[in-house]
Design a protein around this ligand. Structure first.
Ligand SMILES: [Zn+2]
Length: 80
């Protein structure tokens, strides 16, 4: 692979990565706008530990999710 080809491949891979991230962020934003988890239907909330992080209200072990009587859910995403 020539240096020019390597540069072109690096740029192509970066653009593909940026597109995947943008798609995931758009999907997360749609969930946040809808206000309900796509996996279990519970609400979603921001986790202030990391900028742009949202999680299902049922995310986490007993004592950390909104309702311990309901099963845990693993949905989470980033909007930025
Ligand atoms: Zn959920």
């Amino acid at each position: 692979m020539t240096p020019a080809q390597k540069r072109a491949e690096t740029i192509r891979a970066r653009k593909a990565s940026d597109a995947r991230i943008a798609q995931a962020q758009a999907e997360t934003q749609a969930v946040v706008d809808a206000g309900s988890c796509p996996q279990c239907g519970a609400g979603v909330h921001r986790n202030w530990a990391i900028t742009g992080w949202f999680q299902c209200d049922q995310y986490g072990s007993d004592g950390f999710r909104k309702d311990d009587a309901k099963p845990a859910c693993s949905w989470q995403g980033f909007v930025c």
